[in-house]
Design a protein around this ligand. Structure first.
Ligand code: FES
Ligand SMILES: [Fe+2]
Length: 338
């Protein structure tokens, strides 16, 4: 499988790479070392020694230095050779690096043409900065399924009515009016269900419980698969204002064609205490890890080596956004590979 290269891939949440820390991540088939030096500067290097191509991650990484496990050549965190026990330091002894930046509590890498890397093209997730820590949760799961299957799952949220009936479902999304808007930067799918069943996860943070209301959901997608969800409800005719807004960020980063780094985040506009935040974390984790993840992995296992589109899936109106997003991504990948 070919992956988009001229784009930002979320490599880690900021908190996952402290000062002096590092982690290894395979992204779009490339093994990477994401490291932060003792001065706080980030780097992203190919996890491959330029001598015999063994993974540098098998060696030692400490004190702003990487020492290869095989023949002891040492590199700084910019990929420059700083010691060669076997001879001269030459330019061939350089570890390739990638553009890396930090935005919205996340570390992003650019695997393509460095001249095209513009951090301004990262989706605006600044909403995260406006909420207190106790109104947000960060998560990560390794999913044994293709990243586009994971993306389809969010671009068609009608699945919540069947897969998550006790938390995010209730039937409103299936009955909702759905629309898809496209701009050069993004695709947005919206659902609006008037006077319908408010999903349990929203109902729990409304003033009145168990009463119908208007349910609105939107998902903004940006290639290759960065998504911002708004999931909210409103009772416009209630005696006192009664509404709830929640947000989700879902970023699916391909490892290879059958596995995905899945980063997720949730936030909300009320109930900002730490105990409630823990309840939300448990509910979200349960829905995602115990309901979505096994289904996505079973779907991938059923596909085996088959290509999803070549197998000609039956298409429904609920697939409108995912079909368009797949088409856009395919066009972008093809434009890079000619
Ligand atoms: S393979 Fe790394 S030093 Fe030889
Ligand atoms: Fe789901």
């Amino acid at each position: 499988m070919t992956f988009l290269l001229n784009c930002w891939y979320l490599a880690a949440w900021t908190a996952d790479v402290p000062v002096g820390g590092h982690l290894f991540r395979r992204i779009a088939g490339k093994p990477l070392i994401i490291a932060r030096d003792s001065a706080g500067l980030l780097s992203a290097l190919l996890d491959r020694c330029p001598h015999r191509f063994v993974p540098l991650s098998r060696g030692q990484i400490r004190d702003d230095k990487i020492v290869c496990a095989y023949h002891g050549i040492a590199f700084d965190l910019k990929g420059r050779c700083i010691a060669n026990p076997h001879g001269a330091i030459t330019s061939a002894l350089t570890v390739p690096g990638f553009v890396v930046t930090e935005r919205h509590h996340a570390i992003w890498v650019w695997l393509g043409d460095a001249d095209k890397a513009d951090p301004a093209s990262i989706m605006d997730l600044s909403l995260m900065d406006s909420l207190p820590d106790t109104a947000q949760n960060f998560g990560y799961e390794l999913i044994q399924a293709n990243y586009q299957l994971c993306a389809d799952n969010i671009l068609d949220l009608s699945h919540a009515d069947y897969l998550h009936p006790d938390s995010l479902g209730g039937g409103a999304t299936t009955r909702a009016k759905q629309s898809v808007e496209e701009t050069p930067e993004a695709l947005t799918v919206k659902w609006l269900a008037k006077d319908d069943v408010i999903p349990p996860a929203l109902d729990g943070i409304m003033r009145e419980k168990g009463q119908p209301g208007d349910v609105h959901i939107s998902v903004r997608w940006q290639a290759p698969s960065v998504m911002m969800i708004n999931f909210g409800a409103d009772r416009p005719h209630a005696a006192e204002p009664d509404r709830a807004e929640t947000w989700g960020i879902h970023v699916m980063v391909p490892i290879d064609d059958k596995s995905t780094h899945y980063f997720f985040w949730t936030g909300r506009d009320k109930f900002w205490d730490a105990d409630f935040n823990e309840l939300v974390r448990q509910m979200t984790t349960n829905a995602f890890v115990n309901e979505d993840k096994p289904l996505l992995e079973a779907q991938q296992a059923n596909l085996g080596d088959g290509n999803f589109e070549d197998l000609q899936p039956a298409l429904l109106t609920i697939d409108n956004a995912s079909v368009r997003a797949r088409r856009r991504l395919k066009t972008m990948i093809e434009a890079e590979t000619v």
